[in-house]
Structures are given as C-alpha cells and as structure tokens.
Design a protein around this ligand. Structure first.
Ligand SMILES: Nc1ncnc2c1ncn2[C@@H]1O[C@H](COP(=O)(O)OP(=O)(O)OP(=O)(O)O)[C@@H](O)[C@H]1O
Ligand SMILES: [Mg+2]
Length: 220
C-alpha cells in the first residue's frame, strides 16, 4: 500500500533530515511514528503528501510512484491523501460543515453528494451539532475533529496526522487518537506522527522510532 525504499532527504547542504529509511505500511494499518524534536517525523510525512521530494530513494503509494510523478500530477495525487496538522488549519471564514465540504468541492463532487458525505463525516467524528460554527467558535478538540472529518471525507488512500494532539489537553488527545483508531477499525490506513510515545503505546499498534533521521526500529 505504502512503501519507502532507502529514502533520504537533505535540506540544502545541511545534515540529512532523513537517512536511508525503508518500511511498508499495509492497507488498513494504523501506525505511529515517534522520535524527539528534529528526528524527522514531519519531514517524512511531508514526503508522503508531496510537499517535499526525497533526495534519493523510492516511495510508492497505492498505484502511484511518488519519486517520479510530474508537477502536474501532484494535485491529483494529493486528493488521495488526507492530512491533519497540529494547528488544525481550518479556513476561518468557513463553518465546520463548509470546511469539510470544500474537500469535496475541489474534487468536483455534485451538490447532493457533498451534502450527504459532509453530514456523514461530521456525524462520524461527533461534531454534527456544531456544523454551523466557525472555527473560532470551536474548542481545540472540536476543531481537530472537523479536521479529521475533512481528511477522511474523500476516502483517501492514507490519512497522515502530524502531531494531531499537539495543541490538545490529555483527555482530548486520548479521545482524538481513539477517534483515529475507530476510523482505522472501519478500514482507514493512518499514520500518526507524535513525540508522545506513552500515548501511542496505549493503542497497542505498530510504532516506528526515528532518531536523528534514521529508523531505530519498531515496537508496539
Ligand atoms: N524546511 C527546512 N529547511 C531546512 N531544514 C529543515 C526544514 N525542515 C526541517 N528541517 C530540519 O530537518 C530536521 C528534521 O525536522 P522535522 O521537522 O522533520 O522534525 P520533527 O521530528 O518533525 O520534529 P518536531 O517534533 O519538533 O516537530 C531538523 O534538523 C530540522 O531542523
Ligand atoms: Mg514535526
């Protein structure tokens, strides 16, 4: 489903941010990526949602070879990847429902389908009753649920979450990860980058450990 082979990434002439990373993620897997600040977690995810290109190595995602795609193909491929950020990144002048609907509008879905899928996604993340709130009228935990709905509404090949609990308190963090686990149980493939190894361990799933840009191994 997702495979990295000997992937390295240098930013300019600096020391490598990632060195010789190889691993695979199966369809329907939920995996955590951990490591200290600067270990390369965000860099790795950026390669997967095509914000950066690897300096060397090969990445395949479903039917796509990320190492050889052209600039023109990037927007098409991005539709198959759902992304969740620490700071939510909702559009402030759009309501919760409009934020989710936008992800469907940009791929050209019809009005009816947008309405139905948006409602379903908002219900699934437990935020339907706040659908008409603007982002500033949502708590952090609620805003992140809207971001999760937006990330999954197009049924992407993979959902990538970069420190999704970084701005949440402990209870909301646990709830948010439990929501991602539930999405995974209904079939979504998810990678969560977090420096909170303890929290990741509570979920008993695969955990990859990065140290200074190299893969140190994995645990559960
Ligand atoms: N755009 C960039 N230009 C130059 N160097 C960068 C850039 N982005 C990241 N780096 C460097 O790459 C290394 C890995 O950074 P990265 O952001 O991937 O780490 P991280 O594991 O996500 O850390 P954190 O837990 O703090 O988010 C760091 O040494 C960082 O300084
Ligand atoms: Mg990071």
């Amino acid at each position: 489903m997702l495979t990295l082979e000997n992937v390295s990434k240098h930013y300019g002439h600096r020391q490598a941010a990632l060195t010789d990373i190889s691993f695979s993620v199966g369809k329907g897997e939920l995996m955590f990526l951990t490591g200290a600040s600067g270990a390369g977690k965000s860099t790795l995810l950026r390669l997967l949602y095509l914000e950066e290109k690897p300096s060397s190595g090969a990445i395949t995602l479903g039917p796509f070879n990320l190492s050889t795609i052209t600039k023109e193909q990037i927007p098409i491929l991005r539709r198959h990847v759902g992304v969740i950020f620490q700071d939510f990144r909702l559009i402030p002048e759009r309501t919760a429902a409009e934020n989710v609907a936008l992800a469907l509008e940009v791929v050209g879905k019809g009005r009816r389908e947008i309405r139905r899928k948006t409602d379903d996604a908002l219900r699934l993340v437990g935020i339907w009753h706040k659908r008409n709130n603007y982002p500033h009228q949502l708590s952090g935990g609620e805003a992140q649920r809207v971001a999760v709905a937006r990330a999954m509404v197009n049924d992407p090949l993979v959902i990538l979450a970069d420190e999704p609990t970084g701005n949440l308190d402990e209870q909301n963090s646990r709830d948010l990860l439990a929501l991602l686990r539930d999405l995974n149980l209904s079939g979504a493939t998810i990678i969560v980058a977090t420096h909170q190894v303890g929290l990741a361990r509570e979920f008993g799933r695969r955990i990859l450990h990065l140290l200074s840009g190299t893969l140190q191994g994995e645990s559960r």
